[in-house]
Design a binder for this molecule. Structure first.
Ligand code: BTN
Length: 242
């Protein structure tokens, strides 16, 4: 990942740019698009992603996970989340959690978001654009739930050095996925889920209730133990209240 690198001083959204590059058959797997100033960053569920120019990492890379069937899409999400988890926990030496479906929390603050956009052709994943926003040196945030490597770890870092270490961690997890180690990835992913086995408030279909995160099912849906028994929630069906 990153051997073929496209750097842009400014860009609307590296995910959008990478999606365009996917249309060219000559674009190799691992191509990475990175910018210092993303002006229209996109987040999960139609949200925007704000990052102060020059202080954070905003990049996207292209994978060709043709070994995955469309119903296995979530395993790519797990591999990428775990790569970020590996990197953050080694780098910060502090507790890190994956908040389902794919936020990375350090010290309970979101330091990193992931936006994966897949394109399915027939019965395989032809390509996936993996977009990552990692807050590195930004010192102030509008929300107390957001942070950066600097606010959590207390130090600033050269963006290039952070990127180099992070890409190695992401590639290792992607290679495990390619080798078919999905069961192992799922076990590891579940162990580091935010709220695992803790009674916490949630909101679904306009109602608040308490539940314990127990893991995910094969499709990547969240399993919650509630007083009414085990419940399964798909993306967008449930929010954590925290
Ligand atoms: C989220 O938490 O909602 C996901 C945020 C993903 C942001 C990254 S920044 C690089 C890439 N380009 C985008 O437009 N979005 C992703």
């Amino acid at each position: 990942i990153g051997k073929n690198l496209v750097f842009m001083p400014e860009c609307h959204s590296t995910n959008t740019h990478a999606l365009q590059l996917c249309q060219e058959s000559s674009t190799p797997e691992g191509t990475l698009v990175i910018t210092d100033n993303q002006t229209a960053g996109r987040g999960q569920m139609g949200n925007t992603w704000e990052a102060h120019a020059g202080q954070n990492l905003t990049f996207s890379f292209i994978l060709k996970p043709t070994f995955l069937r469309p119903h296995e899409q979530y395993s790519l999400n797990m591999a990428i989340s775990l790569g970020l988890y590996d990197f953050l926990s080694a780098f910060l030496q502090q507790p890190v959690h994956i908040k389902w479906p794919n936020d990375l929390l350090a010290d309970d603050r979101k330091v990193c978001g992931i936006l994966i956009e897949n394109s399915i052709q027939g019965s395989t994943l032809a390509h996936a654009v993996v977009g990552i926003g990692l807050n590195v040196n930004q010192a102030t945030f509008g929300s107390p739930r957001a942070g950066s490597l600097r606010t959590v770890g207390g130090q600033s870092h050269a963006l290039q050095e952070v990127l180099d270490v992070l890409l190695v961690a992401l590639e290792q997890r992607y290679l495990s996925l390619r080798q078919g180690k999905t069961v192992q990835l799922k076990q590891e992913y579940e162990q580091v889920l935010f709220g695992l086995n803790e009674l916490r408030p949630f909101k679904a279909a306009g109602e608040e209730f308490e539940g314990k995160v127990k893991g995910i099912d094969e499709a990547g849906r969240l399993l919650l133990e509630t007083i009414e028994g085990m419940k399964v929630f798909a993306l967008k069906e449930i929010e954590f209240i925290y």
